[in-house]
Design a protein around this ligand. Structure first.
Ligand code: HEM
Length: 402
């Protein structure tokens, strides 16, 4: 995610998730107990919480896939320059400053004001599938949810939402499609920047709850964001919350179809919702790895990492570490772990949208558990390719109205 994704098209990533049928979490190359590092090709795959966090905090490690783009002379320099303005490729004080200001605009208090609209959106989507008693859950329900949410949070007029569907797809293609996908990705970045600069220019009232107003207010309160920074920040917030959010929800529904007793417990007790969301995120992390490159010879807690090594932070393995999560392969929404999962990353680039993501997942699941019962898989589920975000891409389900 450059901003948009925690994933990367590196060799370490693709060998870490095997191709094949069934949910992705059953195809991950999880380590033997006590193992600290795996070597996959030339990549070092780090498996322990303390090593992963040390890498994510250390500025000598930067984004692997941005480094591949930057070092490839065949790639249009305009694209490289634009990507430098994206959160995940930024480093140092500029990055920290931008994060601080964006975090104010995406605080839990701001996000909470958008919860009623999230519920209304999910309820409308459920209304449309309810009479049939079956649905293709990804296409008919889950995929349609995050884009209107984030557009509302940013203050984008509803009529403009269709513009973002295609732009968001092209925006991320470079991460999986290599140099051939760069022209479409560059065009998507330019189209998004154009759109956002018109939206920002037209925003005369900046006292609203929307995030663009929040960013503009931050601009007028001393520590200023330039207009260009507001535009790039707003453009960077659309894409990272789309596939991540609907993939997590899809994996969650798949898990609940396999564990109907937990669905019924959740239905009976809404207080279990926050814990259920954390357990889905832990058990089925949409980005099972984060990839970094070592820009120097570095020692990580005594482990030598030579310059230019691809380092894979195997957060899915950390999420299944039995010393942190007892009986880790059990899906249990009542789990109260001592330590949080790593699905939102950690350190300098920790997910900026995590409050929003949590609220979206809680509100969507809250509506679904209130209205649907006897949730079951109803045909073959197909899953994303190893290089992308992980989750179901087609998932026929049946259910009864509660
Ligand atoms: C279930 C949903 C989500 C998951 C699992 C997720 C996960 C992540 C992870 C792991 C990172 C760090 C990537 C790295 O260090 O390489 C990240 C970064 C980021 N995410 Fe999310 N994300 C989610 C939703 C969102 C949403 C809804 C937004 C939009 C507001 C968002 C905005 C961002 C941004 C801007 C960054 C870059 C932060 C930086 O580089 O400083 N994410 N996300």
């Amino acid at each position: 995610m450059n901003t948009e994704t925690p994933t990367a098209a590196g060799s370490g990533r693709s060998s870490y998730i095997r191709k094949g049928p069934g949910p992705f979490w059953e195809r991950l190359a999880l380590p033997d107990a006590g193992e600290r590092v795996m070597h996959i090709g030339k990549a070092m795959v780090l498996l322990r919480h303390e090593d992963c966090m040390a890498v994510l905090r250390d500025p000598r490690f930067t984004q692997w896939n941005f480094a591949q783009v930057e070092r490839n002379p065949a790639i249009d320099r305009r694209f490289v320059e634009r990507r430098r303005q994206a959160f995940l490729s930024m480093e140092g004080v500029d990055h920290q400053r931008l994060r601080r200001l964006a975090m104010v605009a995406l605080s839990p208090q701001v996000v909470d004001r958008h919860r009623p609209r999230m519920r209304a959106l999910m309820d409308d989507l459920i209304d449309a599938v309810l009479p049939a008693g079956r649905m293709e859950a990804v296409g008919e329900l889950l995929e349609r949810y995050p884009l209107p949410v984030i557009c509302g949070v940013l203050g984008v007029p509803p009529a403009d939402i269709p513009f973002f569907s295609q732009t968001a797809l092209d925006w991320t293609r470079w991460m999986y499609g290599g140099p051939a996908a760069v022209p479409a990705a560059l065009a998507a970045h330019e189209a998004m920047d154009d759109y956002m600069s018109r939206l920002v220019a037209g925003r005369t009232q900046i006292d609203g709850d929307d995030v663009i107003s929040g960013l503009l207010r931050a601009e007028s309160e001393g520590d200023r964001l330039s207009r260009e920074e507001v535009i790039h920040t707003a453009a960077s917030l659309i894409v990272p919350g789309l596939e991540t959010t609907f993939s997590s929800l899809g994996s969650g529904l798949y898990l609940f179809a396999q564990h109907p007793e937990q669905w019924e417990r959740l239905a009976a007790d809404p207080a279990l919702l926050p814990g259920a969301v954390e357990e889905i995120l832990r058990f089925a992390p949409v980005g099972p790895t984060l990839e970094r490159i070592a820009n120097d010879d570095v020692e990580v807690n005594g482990l030598a990492v030579p310059r230019d090594t691809q380092v894979v932070v195997a957060l899915a393995a950390v999420n299944r570490d039995p010393t942190l999560f007892p009986d880790p392969h059990r899906f249990d929404i009542t789990r109260r772990p001592q330590r949080l999962h790593m699905t939102f990353g950690g350190g300098r680039h920790t997910c900026l949208g995590l409050h929003l993501a949590r609220a979206e997942l809680q509100e969507a699941l809250g509506c679904l558990r209130r209205r649907l019962t006897r949730l079951a898989l109803d045909g073959e589920t197909t899953w994303s390719i190893p290089l992308g975000f992980q989750g179901p891409r087609r998932m026929p389900m049946r259910f009864a109205a509660r």
